[in-house]
Design a protein around this ligand. Structure first.
Ligand SMILES: N=c1c2ncn([C@@H]3O[C@H](COP(=O)(O)OP(=O)(O)OP(=O)(O)O)[C@@H](O)[C@H]3O)c2ncn1[C@@H]1O[C@H](COP(=O)(O)O)[C@@H](O)[C@H]1O
Length: 105
């Protein structure tokens, strides 16, 4: 978790950097639809890697996925602390949350 918090801070710090030298700045400059698209691509690549037999490939794709997720959250003004608070809340009411948030059939 410390690693992710550090990465989140680094992403925020790099937001205003030169897009020519910073991938983070380039992503923010490209805008939310592009960031969301990249996240989708990384998700698909992660799924493909998970269905393969190379744990190192899956580790790399998972890292790409988490990085792009933090960039998207950051662009939307949602922090990792917000997400963790939601996960903590679910831990406290496990079972109840999923049922209550499920659309009625
Ligand atoms: N963790 C990451 C990280 N993970 C993945 N990536 C980049 O994500 C991209 C994903 O690969 P792709 O091949 O899909 O992307 P691409 O073809 O380069 O990009 P597009 O042309 O599609 O935009 C690669 O360019 C990776 O370098 C990352 N870029 C940056 N970081 C972290 O962000 C920090 C700041 O980075 P800069 O903003 O570049 O200084 C770094 O110190 C790292 O800690």
């Amino acid at each position: 978790m410390e690693t992710l918090a550090r990465l989140e801070k680094r992403i925020q710090d790099r937001r205003g950097a030169d897009p020519a030298t910073s991938y983070v700045a380039k992503l923010f400059r490209a805008g939310r639809p592009k960031i969301a698209q990249k996240l989708g691509e990384e998700a698909v690549e992660t799924v493909i890697a998970a269905l393969g037999s190379d744990p190192d490939a899956l580790t790399g794709e998972a890292a790409d996925l988490m990085f792009h997720l933090i960039v998207l959250l950051s662009d939307c003004g949602v922090s990792l602390a917000d997400v963790c608070a939601e996960l903590d809340r679910r831990e406290g009411v496990s079972g109840i949350v999923e049922k209550s948030s499920r659309p009625k059939e």
